[in-house]
Design a protein. Structure first.
Length: 496
């Protein structure tokens, strides 16, 4: 078995790299990850207990949910909670609800709080603000929403850390003790955004990873694919089982009760490995069903334009965030689809800066696996169209982030005009190995790791005359693996 350690690929200006000897360029999949890719009940329970044996009563909740929904390809959580036996098991497990609180849509004056209940309910969020009790809601969790509710929390003072409570039908819900809402500061010129992908199912429960991300106090966490749901194709019942297991996992509960999340999918949480569009043997109704489950199970500000897809745009502090969907609309020769491409250009043109995070579930560059399942194979012309749009309009501060190819790697992407884009791939939230970490001909590589749990972050400082962003890659133990500081001027295309 290969021992995986950090690879120091190339020294880079303004970069600090921590290196370890003994790295093999060829990564090798860990046997336990191969086994955990299976979708049966035994594997589902093994993943639930992977990071520590869960109470027997909660395991029985998972067992019943799996066995019930596995028999119902179109099954819903609403149908599950209709079962008296399931309600009994939830009571024995001490569950007050089935999921959340999960924060999202952070703003200067608040967030939105997602929750899944055990039946029809009114959900309220409350907290003390300057000695006064503030209540938000109620918002109804109904059969139509599969018993989810999203409560807007607004009008809070900026720059605060506020513990909160959740009430379900007037009774306190059991939520993590660390549950707090952090509002952005008044000017929000300095803040941190974490990101990554490929957490899959087994990374959800990693307590060290969850604790390290929380310790950095990011304003948000961007998850760009392969999170929670795993290779369920059009079986909506099992998609929902995977999200239910996610929501019963302690490390995940602690993470999202404190850190707002923004999420897009990639292949594994869409249909299956390398699937896109309407996969062969499936229908548009299947695609719409998977989209509906995704919308019910996350807390995004938008899911495409309301007709399909999960792309979104938002702004946090000094940063515009544009997250694309490379699965739902993809066709051969058209990676994003015409409508999403037009939307993307509108968002780029409207970006206020000084920085723009532009995400794609698969890699922007072609170095790893020769662009397999990504732009280089499907739509190099579309990628060139985006890059040229950024250059011709001199849109500064664009940071490319990506996932899919297991591990974490960074590259510069040189352009004919002498400019270069920076790509930060962070597919290491699940600790999986994948393609080679490095190759001799990857002369523009910044860093590379595989086979270890790690997360990425951007630290923005817009107080300077030339605003700066610092990228960092951390291991699950908090070890700094790589650091690179870039001024906005270096991320701005030259005048023509």
């Amino acid at each position: 078995m290969v021992s995986f350690k950090l690879s120091c690929i190339l020294p880079a200006a303004a970069a600090m790299v921590v290196c370890a000897a003994g790295l093999s360029a060829q990564s090798q999949e860990k046997p336990e990850h191969q086994q955990l890719s299976r979708g049966d009940l035994a594997t589902t329970l093994a993943i639930f207990n992977l990071w520590g044996e869960q109470p027997r009563e909660k395991q029985e909740v998972v067992r019943f949910a799996y066995e019930f929904l596995q028999q119902r390809p179109r099954g819903t959580v609403a149908e599950l909670v209709d079962q008296p036996e399931f309600q009994r098991l939830c009571r024995e497990a001490g569950l007050t609800h089935l999921g959340g609180p999960m924060l999202g849509c952070v703003a200067r004056d608040g967030v939105r709080v997602w929750l899944r209940t055990l039946g029809p309910a009114e959900v309220v969020v409350e907290m003390e603000v300057d000695g006064q009790l503030r209540r938000f809601g109620p918002v109804a969790a109904t059969r139509e929403t599969d018993f989810t509710a999203v409560v807007p929390v607004t009008g809070l003072p900026p720059g605060r850390v506020l513990p909160y409570r959740v009430l379900i039908n007037g009774k306190p819900a059991k939520i993590p003790e660390n549950a707090v809402i952090r509002t952005l500061s008044e000017d929000a010129k300095r803040l941190r955004i974490a990101f990554g992908s490929c957490m899959h199912r087994w990374g959800l429960g990693n307590p060290q990873l969850s604790a390290q991300i929380r310790s950095r106090e990011p304003a948000a966490l961007l998850l760009i694919g392969d999170t929670a749901a795993q290779d369920r194709d059009n079986h909506l019942g099992l998609h929902r089982v995977d999200y239910l297991v996610r929501d019963l996992t302690p490390a995940w509960q602690q993470l999202v009760a404190e850190v707002p999340v923004y999420v897009t999918w990639d292949d594994h949480d869409y249909f299956n490995n390398d699937k896109w569009g309407v996969p062969k043997g499936f229908s548009d109704a299947d695609r719409q069903g998977v989209w509906e489950v995704f919308r019910q199970c996350w807390n995004n500000p938008a899911y495409g334009l309301g007709r399909g897809g999960v792309f979104l745009s938002t702004r946090i502090g000094p940063c515009d965030i544009i997250m694309t969907d490379n699965r739902f609309f993809r066709e051969k020769g058209n990676f994003l689809g015409k409508e999403q491409m037009a939307w993307l250009k509108e968002q780029l043109d409207a970006a206020k800066g000084p920085f723009v995070i532009l995400s794609c579930g698969t890699m922007w560059s072609d170095y790893v696996s020769n662009g397999k399942d990504s732009w280089g194979v499907f739509d190099p012309e579309g990628r060139e169209e985006i890059f040229r749009f950024v250059e011709e309009n001199r849109i500064g501060g664009v940071l490319l982030i990506s996932g899919d190819r297991h591990g974490a790697r960074g590259f510069t992407i040189p352009r004919p005009n002498g400019f270069q884009f920076y790509e930060f791939e962070g597919a290491s939230l699940g600790g999986r190995s994948g393609p080679p970490v490095r190759q001799p001909n990857w002369t523009t590589q910044l860093y590379g790791i595989a086979g270890e749990y790690a997360f990425s972050e951007f630290d923005f400082d817009a107080t300077k005359a030339d605003p700066e962003v610092t990228f960092r890659l951390f291991s699950e133990t908090g070890k700094l693996l790589y650091e690179l500081t870039l001024p906005r001027s270096q991320l701005t295309p030259p005048a023509r």
